[in-house]
Structure formats: C-alpha cells, structure tokens
Design a protein around this ligand. Structure first.
Ligand SMILES: Cc1cc2nc3c(=O)[nH]c(=O)nc-3n(C[C@H](O)[C@H](O)[C@H](O)COP(=O)(O)O)c2cc1C
Length: 415
C-alpha cells in the first residue's frame, strides 16, 4: 500500500484565523440559517446548489426530517433562569464549546471551493467537533494541522484487498491524532439524487458542459474561490490513485474502491484496530444500536443521511427516543438529519441526544457567505441553543431532558 499522504505542510496564517468579519451586519442580513439557504441559491452556480441541497427521490425525506423536528414541542418552565445557560459539553472525554458539530460531507468544495478548510478553521476556532469525510477535500494530515482539538474522521467501506485501503486510512487518522473514528453504515447502495443528475453531476465525473460553464461565469465570487483553492479533490485518496491522477481519475478510483455498507464482522475488525472512541453513523433501529454497543462502540449516530439515500426512511428525530431508551446510558448519542437551528439542537437533546450535527446548514452558509459561512452558522447555532435552553428553563444541555415534550411522530418499536 502506498504510504504517501500527498499532504503538504500546512501553516495557518493569523490573517486566515481572524478573517471572519461577522457581527451585527451579518446578523442583520442572515439572522437564521434559512436566510443563508435562500441567498446561497442565488450566489453560487446552480449545479453546486443542487448538489448540496437535493435529496433522494422528490426530497420527501428532507421534508419529513424538517417537519418531524418542527413538530416536537417543549414545555417551558419559568422563574428559574436569571441568565443564559452555559452550553459546553463533554463528548468522548473531551470538552467542546457546544453540543453541536459539523457532519462529514463528501464534495463540499463543489458548493464553495476550499469549503473543507473553512469548516475546519471555524470548528477549531469555536471548539466544536469537525468530522472530516473520507471523500472530503482535505487530507487527514491537513485537517489535523488546522483543527487539532476538534478533528473526528469518517470512514466509508473500501473492502478490496481485505480492506487494505480502509485500514491504511484509519492508520493515518490515528497517526494524525483524530479523536473519534466514525464508520458510516447507511450507504449499502448507491441511490439516485435526481437534482444532481439533471445538472450534470450524476455520471461520476466532473466535466462541465456549456450550461455549467455559464453558471460558473455568473458566480464570480465562486470562480475566485476556485482560482484561490484549486479544483475540488478527494484529498485522502489522491495518493493511492497513482502518479499524476487527474481529478476524474481520482473520482473513478474512489468509485471503484468504495461500496457496500460495513457488516458487523467488519465493524468488529475496525473496532479491534482503533483504540480511541468509535461511532457508528446511520443507525435507525434500537436493535442495531444495541448490537453496536455490544461490540464496544462508544457512540451511536442516529441519522438518515439527511434524506439523501431513500425517501422511505423515518426522520431520525422520530427514532431517537427509542434508541436513547435502549442504549443512552451506555453510549453517547448523536443525531443529525434536518437540524437547521439551535432550537432543533435542543429538541434533539430533550429527546436523548448528547449532541446534534448539521450537514446542509453548513453548505448553505458556505454558499451564501463563502469562507465566512461556517463560522456564522456555528455562531447562530450556539446562540440559538443557549436561547432555547434558557427559554425552556434548562440550566445545562443535559437538563433539556427533564422537560415535558409533545412528540407526535415518536416511533414505537416492537420488543
Ligand atoms: C453534500 C453532502 C455530502 C455528504 N457526504 C457524506 C459522506 O461523505 N459521509 C457521510 O457519512 N455522510 C455524508 N453526508 C451526510 C451528512 O453527514 C449528514 O448525515 C446529513 O447531511 C445530515 O442531514 P442535514 O443535511 O439535514 O443536516 C453528506 C451530506 C451532504 C449534504
């Protein structure tokens, strides 16, 4: 196995660290994540927006995630909250500034060139978890240099040659100091996202047609970011794809290596190798959560992949209470799929999660604000989380669990 990482030495300039010019003006233009989404649609090339925003089928899974979160009501208690509560939490033995983080994403640099780097910088500055994806645009070593205190790493299944590539990437994640390994188990098959297909991104390679080129020319900010950051690339796989591999060679290599979802036996083998905390992402059934915990997995990530796999999956918030009841005392529970506000974060905490993650919210931030987007999204989410906890009378994130909740969609599993 080729041992080279392809990573160059990373330095983070102080100008970059303090580039965010947030504050009042940004708050006024983009007071919530929904405003960022609306602006992103106009600010970046159409194919980029469609790639990040679209789901499986007719987006009904995405709509269900949003509706299910919206339907959760929390009954406030008053007379107990003289000041905004602190929101810092401990996850897997480390302290983070808030019970929220950035979910792993492949190809975010399509939404905004340099996206991975900007998300890593923002997460490190705010001290919230940043999960780099196998098919993200930063090499693990680069991400560790930018975000040493908050880096988690997500792995897809690459089973050829008895998992040689997967094991080597895990070795690199360990050497780079990633704090948590996340195995994604909910992509057993490649499904179709029609909005991505019709804009020309469905064929497994990036070859812009006239329509796409016109879209790019209409988005000068995006083009400048492309010039500055270079073409999006699967940075963790480049070094394995051969000398001088082009962007499309690396995409073809990734598609040939990745496939299927981890079996329980395979999960056990990764568990044996990885000595730090490990999380399974994509759990929707309490019995699967139980099985994971029985293998020594410390974290259960409840997710339906943000509605990007198939539309028939339940909203993750609706299966959360049953999973929390099953394993909440023995594992840390993460939730994603549909989180668009700090209020959603608090809904997840109230129903048994230890932290909530967002994917598309960060893409909308990038699409609307470019490099400044991730930090603005984190600030909105943290402030809204504090406000929602304060409103319901919870002095700490964990106290959200004591409130009375109406949750019409909660799924009951047969015993
Ligand atoms: C563009 C995009 C790419 C994604 N790529 C990955 C990936 O490579 N690995 C993974 O585990 N999840 C991936 N996801 C799923 C996210 O980690 C997360 O589960 C989902 O976005 C959460 O839902 P939300 O977008 O409604 O917040 C991706 C999501 C998006 C939007």
């Amino acid at each position: 196995m080729d041992d080279r990482t392809g990573a160059t030495k990373i330095t983070v300039s102080s100008a970059e660290q303090s580039a965010y010019r947030g504050g009042t003006a940004l708050r006024r233009r983009f007071p919530t994540i929904d405003y960022l989404r609306r602006h992103a649609r106009r600010h970046i090339p159409n194919f980029a927006f469609e790639y990040g925003d679209g789901g499986a089928g007719t987006d009904k899974g995405i709509a269900r995630n949003w509706a299910a979160l919206d339907a959760v009501e929390l009954v406030a208690r008053y007379g107990v909250m003289p000041a905004l509560p602190p929101v810092d939490v401990e996850l897997f033995g480390r302290r983070y500034a808030a019970p929220l983080g950035i979910a792993p994403m492949g190809g975010p640099a399509l939404i905004w060139p340099g996206a991975d780097r900007y998300m890593a910088l923002a997460a490190q500055a705010a001290r919230v978890p940043y999960v780099l994806g196998t098919v993200g645009g930063l090499a693990i070593e680069e991400a560790a240099a930018i975000a040493p205190d908050v880096l988690w790493f997500q792995l897809y299944r690459m089973a050829r040659n008895d998992h040689a590539l997967g094991f080597d990437i895990v070795r690199r994640a360990d050497a780079a100091g990633a704090h948590v390994l996340v195995l994604t188990i909910d992509v057993p098959v490649r499904t179709t996202r029609p909005r991505e297909v019709v804009v020309g991104l469905g064929g497994g390679k990036f070859s812009p047609d006239l329509r796409m080129i016109i879209d790019m020319l209409r988005s000068p900010g995006w083009l400048m970011a492309l010039q500055k950051n270079g073409h999006p690339r699967f940075a963790n796989l480049v070094s394995y794809a051969g000398e001088n591999a082009s962007v499309n060679d690396v995409i073809a290599f990734a598609r040939s290596e990745m496939g299927g979802a981890f079996t329980w036996d395979e999960i056990a083998r990764f568990r044996d190798r990885w000595k730090r905390p490990m999380v399974l992402k994509g759990i929707l059934h309490p019995a699967d959560a139980e099985r994971a915990v029985s293998l020594g997995i410390e974290g259960i990530w409840v997710s339906n992949h943000g509605g990007r796999q198939i539309e028939a999956l339940p909203a993750s918030i609706d299966v959360l209470p049953a999973i929390a009841a099953q394993v909440g005392g023995r594992a840390s529970i993460m939730l994603d799929s549909g989180v668009r506000s700090g209020t959603d974060v608090v809904r997840a905490l109230a129903l048994g999660a230890h932290a909530a993650f967002a994917g598309k919210a960060f893409l909308w931030g990038l699409g609307a604000l470019g490099a400044d987007g991730p930090q603005h999204v984190i600030e909105l989410l943290i402030d809204e989380t504090k406000a929602a906890l304060g409103q319901i009378g919870a002095h700490l994130p964990a106290e959200a669990r004591s409130v009375v909740i109406r949750h019409p969609g909660a799924l009951a599993f047969p015993k």
